[in-house]
Design a protein. Structure first.
Lengths: 664, 436
């Protein structure tokens, strides 16, 4: 007989440990345990059978892997926690005795580690341990950045000390500087929650969310101890990431930080980036602004800039500093190069190639001088504009220090970003001096000639589409086009409002549309009144929110038309037979005929494909077939919706064209 | 007394010159060197014989000295014991001059020269004291020292390699290996069991200036959710109300029954009063179960049989009806299955990302997760200008919830006050504690 196995020596009982057990084993307090777990990346687990772990569990018992906890025993931080605990005990003892001086002495001694010889702890080794390679760290940067950007925008309270906030702010600004210099920002999106940014660093897409300024309410159900613990770790992490990123493009880390400028609200402008090499030490990269040159024609300036750029590019033996930086950047870009997907075997599937963006993000705004009105959000605009190549950004002095110019009337300004309603200029024929208010308003709303006024959304839409959008659409007071999310994944055949209709409609749809148009044209010739009626109907339908109905009707109409056509054709054939002549397509112009034939061919092809599919489906197992049918069902549903949207748009476009034709 | 010597060949005891210890064989009498003593004794003996001793008697002053100084080494060897402080104080003469009896000038009167300000080095401010108390309670500001990164963590050489280079002889300490369990992903709380992303890609409807279709889609979705929640709330309210009503009714009924019972008892009593004599006590009348007669049994049996038959017939009828429209039912079932599968299909929607709107039932920790904030701007608040945008939701809460949903930490709830021990106030009767 085999030996009787003792209970609790293998399986769940051995592999899992409850939180209380873990805390007892490590001999630290529960808050310290929580901290340690957060820093070391030890998460609660779920045994398959809780009863088998311990008998005395409740529904809310938390479990950990025993091995994880065992590993924690080797953690050097544990000793620090224990030291901290003894210090607490000493202080509380002294306070209990009434020896306040003694307590203060203990505390002072702990606060000056260099005096006592006991260094305070850092989380460097934890960073290394949790992210063995730099890429690992980059992959986990989403959370880190969102958290730090959020904390940088919090008001300071007892739970969130001001020091932490300042630190977060600094780290995030440094990171932004890297993005600006390396031009690795890709997309940005204004959502109702905050502003999303996406950057591509060393081939990793990093997405983070930045809150709007001055909108952070502190709510009760957030545990700041836990959040603070995360932030402490993330601050260390981002510090190292920044170091790596800065050194990778040949910049010194930490960049010089101007306290005075920061206090005046310079934000990005408070930093001064320096090259690493001694040779480049002398020349400091002024990230902030090019020197303001008043009275220079912007066009001339732009051309001069271009020439200088060309010269720089040509002159390989030029200054060490820019060359150094550029070569480094090129190195980075070389690693960023996109792989090409090639079919493995000849005759294999040809895969869609990932496309490199056609326009260089570094050049998008490079020739502009932008002025931000004081009602616009300065921080995101400044960051995005700089990240996409804009060198000269001015703003009103109330928005803080560090602008290219605070003078709104500066002639070098090419673009001004405005987010103010247009006030109708009242032409007061009476004494201007009397109506002081309107005069002020007029002054506020004053326009400078030779400059483009746009709303802030223009910047975001330009960035997301990687091209300069036409500013008329974004003029102040104009109804803005919708701000579309660049993060929505596009699927095949889905309706996309940004693309022209021709680019997205299917072949059959296009033919149908053309045929319908031809018929419409005929009808138009026949009776205009009818057309008017149709228009009215359309308007009514648009007014009603249900836009499912009319389309079906239209389809039905189309099918009716087809039927009629078929019967007419049949009639004609019969007549021709009686007359003994060959069938003539009467009254149908060759274009329409070709289209009809095309349609027929398409239909035939579709039918054949459907048959093939049906046959293939027969080979599948019942379960798989079911699943396949489900998929088809949902796809059809979705594509029907897209079809509806497209047809609606077609209609609108036609109406627009018609209106244009009438006006002309 | 003359010391006489016995005749012997070797009068000396067997001897040894040094006697460092008295332990062991060396300390035995025969091994001890006593030559010196013997020699002295012999000398004295001789002198006695010659009669020299008494003549050579010296005065005691020559033979002895009077020690008045004491041993100088003694205070060194035994340091003086410190006496009681009280004794010291009593013994000491006060260094302070005696208080003069005549009138003195006040403390504030000076001689015109400003004294140096006293340094209060030992003083601890109240603020500092509060901070110390906080620290004693385990509330530190921050224990981690955040320093500027001044090296590349990912390029730094491994520590043990350094150590190996400097100290080749010392055997390397075995490095602890991280267990594989450490690398496992945390438990996601999403209903579909897929990992929730740290920052979810924003949906099109979340734009500050969304396109109509996107916005409508989002609005309908949120609206449906709100309707469901509201329905649930109302149902719960109804349920509560119904329960309360039922409880009230049953209480009222019970009361009425009691009242009736009281009344009937009273009436009975009154009825009995007339007939029965007062001496007879009222016995509690409990109906004793009686044996059923075969007739009764048969009746019960028949009744049960009848009931069973009726039930069976009803079932059969239903079955027949269903059989009649079997095709319709099959279609219905198929439709339902299809819908279910479709729902499942849509929920899985072949995305790799978890959805943090729908959470699984079992959560980590004791407390429920905070609800997700509504992430939509209502139609009347929808603005197309960035300046007028009212941001929705709370990012702080969202980040916190995200941590919980990703299973990084278990949910906690802020407890503003610790549960205090209940105290009882009593009066001490101290006025009784006295003696005469």
């Amino acid at each position: 007989m085999a030996r009787i196995k003792k209970k609790g020596t293998t399986g769940n009982a051995k592999n899992y440990i409850t939180r209380t057990q873990a805390v007892k084993k490590l001999q630290i307090s529960l808050p310290d345990f929580r901290k340690l777990c957060i820093w070391k990346g030890i998460y609660p687990r779920e045994p398959r059978n809780k009863r088998k772990v311990t008998k005395s569990i409740t529904a809310s018992t938390t479990f950990y892997y025993t091995k994880d906890i065992q590993y924690l025993l080797h953690e050097p931080l544990l000793q620090k926690f224990r030291d901290q605990k003894t210090l607490e005990k000493k202080i509380s003892k002294a306070l209990g005795r009434g020896d306040v001086t003694d307590a203060a002495r203990w505390e002072r001694g702990a606060a000056r580690p260099e005096k006592t010889g006991k260094p305070r702890y850092t989380l460097q080794h934890v960073v290394r341990e949790r992210y063995p390679t730099f890429i690992d760290a980059l992959r986990d940067l989403d959370d880190c950045l969102s958290m730090l950007f959020l904390f940088a925008n919090l008001p300071s309270t007892s739970a969130v000390p001001a020091k932490m906030i300042a630190r977060c702010e600094r780290l995030t600004l440094e990171f932004q500087h890297y993005l600006i210099v390396s031009h690795s920002l890709r997309k940005s999106f204004l959502s109702i929650k905050g502003i999303y940014y996406q950057a591509n660093i060393q081939g990793e897409d990093i997405l983070w969310l930045v809150p709007y300024k001055f909108n952070q309410r502190i709510v009760g159900d957030v545990d700041f101890r836990i959040m603070g613990t995360f932030v402490e770790f993330y601050m260390t992490l981002l510090g190292f990431v920044n170091y790596r990123l800065f050194t990778s493009i040949g910049l010194k880390y930490p960049p010089k930080f101007d306290q005075l400028k920061d206090e005046q609200g310079a934000e990005l402008g408070a930093f001064l980036l320096e090259g690493v090499n001694i040779a480049t030490d002398g020349d400091v990269k002024a990230i902030t602004n090019e020197a303001p040159e008043h009275g220079v024609d912007p066009k001339v300036q732009a051309e001069v800039n271009k020439i200088v750029q060309q010269l720089k590019e040509d002159d390989t033996n030029g200054d060490a500093a820019p060359k150094e930086a550029e070569s480094d950047e090129e190195g980075v870009e070389a690693t960023d190069a996109i792989d090409k997907f090639e079919p493995v075997a000849p005759g294999g599937d040809v895969l869609p190639q990932p496309e490199q963006s056609s326009s260089d993000p570094a050049e998008l705004f490079s020739n502009f001088t932008v002025y931000l009105s004081r009602e616009t959000p300065r921080q995101p605009l400044e960051f995005i504009l700089r990240a996409f190549g804009c060198k000269r950004i001015g703003w009103d002095s109330v928005l803080g220090e560090g602008s290219f110019t605070t003078d709104e009337s500066d002639p070098s300004i090419t673009h001004q970003i405005v987010d103010r309603p247009v006030i109708q200029a009242v032409t007061s024929t009476e004494g201007d001096g009397e109506d002081n208010q309107t005069a002020q308003k007029l002054a506020q709303n004053q326009r400078f000639p030779g400059r483009i006024y746009v709303q802030p959304q223009w910047v975001w839409d330009c960035v997301n589409d990687e091209e300069l959008k036409s500013p008329e659409l974004y003029a102040p007071g104009a109804a803005l086009p919708p701000h579309l999310s660049p993060f929505v994944r596009k699927t095949q055949g889905q309706y996309d409002p940004t693309l022209p209709l021709e680019a997205q409609e299917t072949e059959a749809e296009a033919i149908d549309a053309d045929l319908a148009e031809a018929e419409d044209g005929d009808e138009d010739d026949e009776d205009v009144e009818n057309d008017m009626d149709v228009d009215e109907d359309d308007e009514e339908e648009e007014a009603g929110e249900d836009f499912g109905g009319f389309d079906e009707e239209e389809q039905e109409e189309a099918s009716d038309d087809d039927d009629e056509e078929a019967t007419r054709q049949r009639q004609r054939e019969l007549e021709a037979e009686l007359a003994g002549a060959s069938v003539k397509s009467k009254g149908v112009d060759p274009k329409t005929k070709a289209k009809l034939e095309q349609k027929k061919a398409l239909e035939k092809k579709a039918r054949e494909e459907a048959e093939d599919l049906e046959r293939a489906k027969g080979m599948l197992s019942k379960k798989k077939r079911k699943l396949f049918e489900q998929m088809q069902y949902t796809n059809n549903k979705k594509s029907a919706e897209d079809l509806k949207l497209r047809s609606k748009r077609r209609k609108l476009e036609k109406e627009k064209a018609a209106a244009k034709g009438k006006t002309q | 007394m003359p010391v006489l010597k016995g005749p012997s060949a070797n009068p000396e005891a067997p001897s040894q010159y040094k006697q460092p210890s008295r332990r062991g064989k060396k300390a035995w009498r025969k091994n001890v060197d006593v030559t010196e003593v013997v020699k002295g004794l012999e000398e004295v003996n001789e002198k006695i014989i010659k009669g020299e001793v008494f003549a050579a008697e010296k005065p005691s002053a020559d033979l002895f000295t009077l020690d008045v100084k004491g041993d100088a080494s003694i205070p060194k060897r035994f340091p003086k014991q410190k006496g009681l402080k009280a004794d010291e104080i009593i013994a000491a003469r006060s260094a302070v001059p005696a208080v003069a009896l005549r009138k003195r000038p006040g403390d504030k009167t000076t001689d015109g020269i400003l004294p140096a300000k006293r340094q209060r080095t030992q003083y601890v401010t109240h603020k500092e004291l509060v901070r110390l108390k906080n620290i004693a309670d385990g509330r530190h500001e921050s224990t981690v020292e955040v320093v500027d990164a001044d090296f590349d963590v990912w390029d730094a050489p491994a520590e043990d390699a350094e150590q190996l280079a400097t100290m080749p002889d010392i055997p390397k300490a075995k490095k602890t290996k991280a267990p594989n369990t450490l690398r496992q992903k945390p438990i996601t709380l999403a209903a579909n069991g897929k990992p929730v992303p740290a920052v979810a890609r924003p949906k099109a409807g979340q734009s500050y200036n969304p396109s109509f279709t996107d916005y409508q889609e989002a609005l309908i979705l949120e609206g449906e959710k709100a309707v469901v929640a509201e329905r649930k709330r109302i149902a719960e309210l109804e349920e509560e109300k119904r329960k309360l009503e039922a409880a009230a009714r049953s209480a009222a009924e019970a009361e009425a029954a009691e009242a009736r019972a009281d009344l009937s008892e009273w009436e009975e009593e009154s009825a009995w009063e007339g007939i029965e004599s007062g001496g007879e006590e009222l016995t509690a009348k409990t109906k004793r179960p009686q044996r059923k007669t075969p007739a009764q049994r048969n009746r019960i049996k028949r009744r049960k049989e009848e009931e069973r038959r009726v039930r069976h017939e009803a079932k059969q009828k239903l079955k027949d009806q269903q059989a009649e429209r079997i095709k319709a039912i099959a279609l219905e079932v198929a439709e339902r299955e299809r819908a279910l599968e479709l729902a499942r299909d849509e929920m899985s929607d072949d995305s790799e990302e978890g959805d943090d709107n729908e959470l699984r039932r079992r959560q980590l920790g004791k407390f429920k997760l905070p609800e997700k904030d509504l992430e939509i701007v209502l139609p009347d608040e929808l603005q197309d200008s960035l300046r007028l945008l009212k941001p929705e939701g709370n990012l702080l809460k969202e980040r916190y919830r995200n941590m919980l949903v990703r299973g990084k930490v278990e949910s906690r709830r802020h407890i503003p006050f610790k549960k205090q021990a209940r105290s009882k106030v009593t009066e001490k009767w101290t006025y009784k504690d006295f003696t005469i």
